[in-house]
Structures are given as C-alpha cells and as structure tokens.
Write a protein that binds this ligand. Structure first.
Ligand code: NAG
Ligand code: NAG
Ligand code: NAG
Ligand code: NAG
Ligand code: NAG
Ligand code: NAG
Ligand code: NAG
Ligand code: NAG
Ligand code: NAG
Length: 401
C-alpha cells in the first residue's frame, strides 16, 4: 500500500517541477478583428473594422492612424489602463518686425475623451510669447492657462521662463483651442526669434534647447489622453447589467471624467472589456512566486508545497520547507520495500537537479540495499557504513525539528 503511494508522490514531484507552461498571447482586440495598426496594438473597446469597436468613438483609422473628426489626433499607443498617447498639431505664430505673417491654432474636439491634466503640461516656446489654452463649452471659451516666456537668459534644459515656460492644465478638458501669440505682435527686441510655439506635451517628454527658438515647426511631441467607457459612474453603471461592460474577474474604476474604466482583479491579467478577457496569471511561471520547491497555480493566486518528507508553507518569505522526521522515516522504509521500477525512476532522477540532496541520499542507500538480493550486492561493511551515515543524518534532522 505505502510503496505505491510513495511512487505516485515522487512522480507528482517530478512532473510538477518539469512542467513549464507556455503563457498564452494575451487577447487584446475583439475576437476575429485586426489587433494591430502597424506596430500599435489596438485593444478593445478600440477597433479598426466595423463591429470591432464598442462604439464609433473608439474607431481607429488604420490608414492614417488617426482618431476624431478632421484627423487631429495621430495615435502613438493605447493602454488598457485608460490612457492613449499621440500627437496634436502644434500651434504657432510667425512675425516680421511689424506684422504677423503666418500662424495656426491647434483646435481639437475629442468627443468623450479628455486631456490628462496630470500627465500633460502646456508649453510656450518663443521670446515675449504666450501660450493660451481655451476650453470650450458650447461657443464660450475660457482661458485656462497662459504660459509666457522671455529671452534674456536662454539656457538649454531650462524651461522656467526664458524662451520657454510651462503651466499645468485643468482636468476634464475634452475640447480646446491652443494659441501662440507674441505680446507685441511683432519680432520686437529678439530678432533671432521670428516664430512663437504653443503645445501640450507629456510631462518630462520635452527638454528645451536654445536652438528650438529658431525652429520648432513640424516637431511632434506626445500628448496623453484619458479614455473611459459608459456614461455614468461605477455605482450607477453597475446597476444596469445590460450596459455595464466590465467582464468577469474585473472591477469598475471610477474616473474623474465621463464614464468609468475596468480593471482585472489581482491575480488576473488581460483585457477586462472582453468576455473571458481577464485570464488567471500563472504565478508558477517565471519569477512571480516565492516558492522554494513546488508551486501550485490557482485561480487568481498560487501556493507553494514542500517535497515529500518536508513540511512548511514552502515559501521563501514564510516557514519554508524543513525536514520532517516522521515522514522521512516512512520514506526510507518505503524505499527498502519498493521494487525495481521505482529504482529506475529514482535512478533517472538522481542524475537531475531538482530532487533535494537528502532524497538522493536515501534513494541511493535504498538502491544498494535492494540490490543485496542481486549479484551486485555490496559487502556488508559498506552497507553498515552507509546505514550508519543515514542514522547520523536522521539525528541531524531530529535536531533541526
Ligand atoms: C512603431 O514604429 C515606429 C517606427 O516605425 C517607432 O518609432 C515606434 O516607437 C514604434 N512604436 C512601438 C509602440 O513600438
Ligand atoms: C481613413 O482615412 C482615409 C484618409 O483620410 C479615408 O480615405 C478613409 O475612408 C478612412 N477610413 C475610414 C474607415 O474611415
Ligand atoms: C475640425 O472640425 C470641427 C467641426 O467638426 C471644425 O469646427 C474645426 O474648424 C475643424 N478644424 C480644422 C483644423 O479643420
Ligand atoms: C512684414 O510683413 C508685412 C506683410 O507681408 C509687410 O507688409 C511688411 O512690410 C513687412 N515688414 C517688414 C519690416 O519687412
Ligand atoms: C526692448 O527694447 C527697448 C528699446 O530698445 C527697450 O526699452 C526695452 O527695455 C526692451 N525690452 C526688453 C524686455 O528687453
Ligand atoms: C524666420 O527667420 C529666418 C531667418 O532668420 C527665415 O529664414 C525664415 O523664413 C523666417 N520664418 C518665417 C516663418 O518668417
Ligand atoms: C514641415 O514639413 C513639411 C513636409 O514634411 C515641409 O514641406 C516643410 O518645409 C517643413 N517646415 C519646416 C519649417 O521645417
Ligand atoms: C438598462 O439599459 C438599457 C439600455 O440603455 C435600457 O433599455 C434599460 O431600461 C436599462 N435598465 C434599467 C434597469 O435601467
Ligand atoms: C478556475 O476557474 C475556472 C472557471 O471559473 C474553472 O473552470 C476552473 O476549474 C478553476 N480552476 C481552479 C484550479 O480552481
């Protein structure tokens, strides 16, 4: 009875330590839909083809890589944590000593999306210049930020006022106009700077260089937008199961903007907007667990186990695995009475790492002893010597207990 039981255990140990599962490629887009535009991943609720996006606002034009009306936003990437990055046209104004010669305002209407107020900053580059951002509610516009900059002491890397200045922007901006202007309406005192520039940029993604004063036209700087789903906050959205979009194993996250976001619960990863989108993370693959020996993956979590003959929680940060005298004795005993096929299994395994030194040792003695019946029977002194060593080991183990 016991020997068979032991064989099964050994096999489990061997199998579980050998199985290295291949992690499935995370499904990001709606099933059957193109999931990439060039090298940009398009996760659902976003999509390229009809029936691939949640609503038309989430449609990405893969030809132009743009979103929103009149192609104002050139997409860089979309992340499932509710952000997307891209480029907006830069606002500028160019002058001679008496007149404004050319200019462009950056006008954007993002529908249900909004500028991230924490991740972007409004920047003005130019001498005696200002950058205005006007948020628009209907036809009214409110000037919400003015960044001025003068040119007395230009310095590379310094955007604190000379030739460059930055101001934060307010939250929940979905529609805005950015304008660059020269306070004097002409080149004025700084003849080397004939254009002024105004743009939003992701914080820490723009470093001012003195040469930027000469020409910044055609520069593309990344801006971060926030995206959400739904039309209400979590509390209200969750009440209507037909319109609530967060799928199983995910939770609802309130947004300061219109709508909400979904996120896979701890221990799961993937796309919380797709059916079966949140998949269990197999912590037993790679460095995601702190098991000393064996790791057993569970839904949303994992636990560690100790090899036969040892007890503990198996975790590096817990009680670990320590030798268990009683179990070890049983192991030794069962090895004495097992038959050849067990020896074969152990023999193969002895050549590998993964079975701990102690089991190797017990197995070796067991093998020698069983072979007492055969021709390769070791002489009695050798056996006595080895049994003595084993006894000493048992003493050591009992001291450890
Ligand atoms: C996509 O490719 C472009 C160049 O073709 C590169 O600049 C950009 O960093 C790439 N984006 C990603 C997300 O890999
Ligand atoms: C994408 O943009 C191109 C160029 O403006 C346009 O011809 C095409 O119809 C757009 N595709 C879709 C699906 O709107
Ligand atoms: C973009 O479209 C809006 C209306 O859809 C329009 O008011 C605005 O002038 C357009 N902007 C540009 C740069 O064409
Ligand atoms: C500036 O440009 C305007 C418009 O083109 C022109 O009338 C004016 O003469 C220019 N001023 C100088 C000083 O070149
Ligand atoms: C610009 O030039 C005028 C006259 O040359 C001078 O009075 C004024 O102080 C200058 N302004 C600045 C900001 O240097
Ligand atoms: C700005 O000045 C440079 C020379 O100083 C000139 O080449 C360039 O055309 C000017 N740009 C504009 C938009 O006037
Ligand atoms: C901006 O880019 C366009 C096209 O790539 C080019 O024709 C134009 O000369 C560039 N302008 C500047 C000021 O670099
Ligand atoms: C849930 O939303 C659907 C679609 O908007 C609507 O028809 C239905 O009446 C709503 N149910 C409740 C209980 O509010
Ligand atoms: C994990 O969850 C899936 C689906 O809910 C279920 O079929 C499976 O048996 C669970 N696995 C474990 C180890 O609990």
């Amino acid at each position: 009875m016991f020997p068979q039981h032991f064989t099964i255990l050994i096999l489990i140990v061997i199998l579980s330590s050998r199985m290295k599962e291949v992690e499935p490629e995370a499904v990001q887009s709606f099933p059957g839909c193109t999931n990439k535009c060039g090298n940009i991943t398009i996760p659902y609720p976003f999509g390229i083809e009809e029936n691939c996006y949640m609503a038309t606002q989430y449609m990405v034009n893969c030809t132009t890589l743009t979103m929103f009306s009149n192609e104002t936003f050139k997409l860089l990437d979309i992340s499932l944590d509710g952000y997307m990055r891209g480029f907006f046209p830069m606002a500028y104004a160019c002058y001679n000593s008496t007149h404004m010669l050319s200019g462009l305002d950056s006008f954007v209407w993002m529908g249900r999306f909004s500028l991230s107020s924490t991740k972007n900053i409004l920047t003005s580059v130019g001498c005696d210049s200002r950058a205005d951002i006007m948020t628009m509610d209907g036809e009214d516009s409110i000037v919400v930020g003015i960044a001025r900059s003068e040119c007395d002491f230009l310095q590379d890397g310094d955007c604190s006022g000379y030739g460059c200045r930055q101001v934060p922007i307010p939250p929940m901006v979905t529609r805005f106009r950015i304008r660059s202007q020269r306070n004097t309406g002409e080149i004025g005192n700084w003849s080397f700077n004939n254009c002024s520039y105004a743009f939003l940029v992701e914080r820490d993604q723009y470093t001012f260089y003195k040469t930027d004063i000469d020409n910044m036209l055609n520069r593309s700087l990344p801006v971060v937008l926030e995206w959400t789903v739904g039309h209400n906050d979590c509390e209200h959205s969750q009440k209507n199961k037909t319109t609530y979009v967060c799928t199983e194993n995910s939770v609802c996250i309130d947004s300061i903007n219109y709508g909400y976001n979904c996120r896979c619960v701890l221990g799961y990863e993937g796309n919380p907007y797709l059916p079966n989108g949140c998949q269990d993370i197999n912590e037993c693959v790679g460095d995601l667990n702190d098991c000393i020996y064996d790791c057993i993956n569970t839904n949303g979590s994992y636990h560690c186990s100790c090899p036969f003959g040892m007890t503990g929680d198996g975790s590096k940060h817990g009680t670990g695995c320590t030798y268990n005298l009683k179990a070890t004795k049983s192991l030794g005993k069962s090895l004495y009475t097992e038959r050849d096929y067990l020896i074969q299994i152990l023999d193969d395994q002895l050549k590998k790492d993964g079975i701990n030194e102690y089991i190797k040792y017990v197995a070796k003695i067991a093998k020698d002893c069983i072979e007492l019946e055969g021709k390769k029977r070791p002489n009695m002194n050798t056996v006595k010597e080895e049994l003595n060593q084993m006894r000493q080991l048992f003493v050591k183990i009992s001291l450890c207990e």
